[in-house]
Design a protein around this ligand. Structure first.
Ligand SMILES: Nc1nc2c(ncn2[C@@H]2O[C@H](COP(=O)(O)OP(=O)(O)OP(=O)(O)O)[C@@H](O)[C@H]2O)c(=O)[nH]1
Length: 604
């Protein structure tokens, strides 16, 4: 296909506004797939996507469209996820696109994620086509949605705004026409040295790393010797192809085209998303400017559970990380849970999705510890001045006696909510030490901008926000800066043995209250033994709270039964023997224990 007739575009929208449905309709109307094949949403093929009904991974599909101008066009469509926790995926899709269809659900109007995605598209300099979806729905308020959209950007004020139903296919042909008319053809030099951007990748046990690429300059052929810009290592293009929507091999990918490259590389670290590929024979001189991978907001420990071994978890995690650039990991050794990984996520929902993907795609079971934010710890008499420790794991939090001060990451939280829930949302933010930065009214919607400590939103904030607003509010976060906070560590001992995996960092003001709640929750979460087990919460070497996990059977020493002294002594000896054997080593903690820490906000 000649370059002038290629269009690379993404569909961006708020969650559930209909991106995947529109992608399906486009594939159907361009005859990429038949109606029958579309019975299941094709692009959301991952098991976890089908269970949740959301798109987690971006997908690219090549379609051919016969325009009303008589020409044939190659449409490379990239489906993107809409959840706030996956904005990194959206960024990757946009880095490979020249234009974006901004889809807005007429029953819901403009939402926070519509605005956040629009911001990203503008950052990548994309041509944006605003489209109103779900016009067939009886609850659709097309006029109001159009009014909101027109206010979003000066260029939307007077341009035509398409109104479609992705479900019925009504007016979808107008979108197909607008794509070649409005989105520019890719630029680039077909005769220049090869420059291809890796915008996604996955791991195949037989074929190694398969990279999703866009060719920016030159062309790529099978069996070509390739290298990464800035690296010495080289590899051969085992095969190249396109998604149609399944993988289909092609001999060449030329300037502007999107497709896949089978690298044969078996080391999952060998190729990172965002890198530029060139040929060893005629290497390009400069790399394609990289997009910035998102910073991890929350960290949690992932440990093998049940039948899963450490090695299996390691394999699964490294392959998954290749496929998800916003997921980071490093090995961790816990006294209570043994060998595992410290992992960084964009948010709690991201953590849940990773956990499920590990289970459904890699068949490994994991235990996750309570998530925490990142802290910068400045020590007393620190040499050289201004140096700090970066703490992503509460276990590594230094002794309070040597700490000078601690800084925590803060985010800008942009919350869009219907007006009716405004006061409830503001109350929630204030309870979480939020500082109101901005408030913006758009008809029935209010967009609140708060500065919030990450630790406050790392736990239940998102769930509370959703339940307060019956699911209507949206949350988008952006890293701001580190600021001083007064943080202490709560350590937990079960049966006098410290359980490092239960360490949590909390604001000093709330520490006592949290310590009491924690032991109360643990009392019911820890599996019982034949003898009572004390659970203690310790802050700065002082026991702040204590409960006893009741024994499975009554204690020989305290039950009121009439027994001979020698019988009681015998029982007591046996119990104390049990206790000594049990202390430290064999406290097996189920996931419910860590969930208890996670749900400290809810009543005991
Ligand atoms: N009535 C009506 N429903 C639609 C239309 N388009 C999509 N839907 C429905 O809206 C829901 C969400 O659609 P999806 O296409 O999965 O939305 P999405 O934006 O891809 O969602 P995520 O991948 O989770 O971000 C589904 O139940 C669709 O059937 C439409 O034009 N009309």
């Amino acid at each position: 296909m000649k370059r002038e007739n290629i269009r690379n575009f993404a569909i961006i929208a708020h969650i559930d506004h209909g991106k995947s449905t529109l992608a399906d309709r486009i594939m159907e109307q361009t005859k990429t797939v038949s109606e029958r094949e579309l019975s299941a949403q094709l692009l959301d093929s991952m098991a976890v996507e089908q269970t949740h009904g959301v798109t987690v991974k971006a997908r690219s599909v090549r379609n051919f469209y016969h325009g009303a101008d008589g020409q044939e066009y190659e449409y490379n469509l990239i489906d993107t996820p809409g959840h706030v926790d996956f904005s990194d995926e959206v960024a990757k899709s946009l880095a490979a696109s020249d234009g974006a269809i901004l889809l807005v659900d007429a029953t819901q109007g403009v939402q926070a994620q519509t605005i956040a995605n629009l911001r990203l598209a503008i950052k990548y300099n994309l041509k944006i086509i605003p489209v109103i979806n779900k016009i067939d729905n009886v609850a659709a308020d097309i006029a109001a949605t159009e009014k909101q959209l027109r206010k979003l950007r000066p260029e939307f004020a007077s341009r035509p705004i398409l109104k479609i139903s992705a479900k019925t296919g009504q007016n979808v042909h107008q979108v197909l026409e607008a794509i070649y008319q409005e989105i520019p053809a890719p630029t680039g030099e077909p005769t220049a040295a090869l420059k291809a951007l890796v915008f996604d990748s996955q791991y195949d046990p037989y074929q190694g790393i398969i990279a999703d690429i866009r060719v920016f300059d030159g062309h790529l052929q099978t069996k070509q010797k390739l290298q990464l810009m800035g690296h010495d290592s080289s590899f051969t293009a085992q095969s190249i192809g396109i998604f149609n929507p399944d993988m289909k091999a092609v001999p060449t990918l030329t300037t502007g085209e999107v497709g896949y490259l089978v690298t044969g590389l078996k080391d999952v670290q060998a190729l990172q998303v965002g890198e530029t590929i060139t040929t060893t024979a005629h290497p390009a001189t400069t790399a394609i400017p990289n997009f910035k991978p998102a910073q991890s907001m929350v960290y949690a420990g992932l440990f093998p559970k049940g039948e899963t071994s450490y090695e299996e978890l390691k394999q699964a995690i490294s392959k998954l990380a290749l496929n998800d650039t916003s997921f980071h990991y490093k090995p961790e050794q816990s006294e209570a849970l043994d060998a595992g990984f410290r992992c960084g996520f964009l948010g709690i929902f991201h953590l849940q999705i990773i956990k499920e993907r590990l289970r459904t795609e890699y068949h490994v079971e994991v235990l996750t510890t309570a998530p925490n934010a990142t802290y910068q710890v400045y020590l007393k008499n620190q040499q050289p001045q201004g140096e700090y420790l970066t703490i992503t794991n509460p276990v590594e939090f230094p002794d309070f006696a040597i700490i000078d001060h601690v800084c925590e990451s803060f985010v800008k939280a942009i919350i869009t909510t219907p007006n009716t829930y405004l006061s409830a949302v503001m109350k929630l933010c204030e309870e979480h030490y939020g500082e109101l930065l901005d408030i913006d009214n758009q008809q029935d919607l209010v967009t609140l901008t708060y500065k919030l400590p990450v630790s406050e939103i790392a736990y239940n904030f998102f769930n509370s926000l959703k339940s307060l607003t019956h699911g209507y509010a949206t949350l988008d976060t952006e890293f701001l800066d580190y600021e001083p906070v007064d943080i202490v560590k709560i350590q937990t001992q079960i049966n006098y043995a410290p359980v490092d995996a239960l360490d949590i960092l909390v604001p000093r003001q709330q520490a006592d209250q949290i310590a009491h709640k924690l032991v109360e929750k643990l009392k019911y979460a820890i599996p019982r033994r034949l003898y009572p087990m004390p659970v203690q919460a310790i802050i700065e070497n002082k026991v702040i709270a204590r409960v006893d996990v009741p024994p499975l059977r009554k204690n020989a020493a305290v039950n009121g039964e009439q027994r001979s002294i020698s019988k009681k002594q015998q029982l007591l000896r046996r119990q104390s023997l049990n206790k000594r054997q049990a202390a430290r080593s064999d406290i097996k903690l189920p996931q419910s224990v860590f969930d208890a820490v996670l749900n400290l906000d809810s009543p005991a």
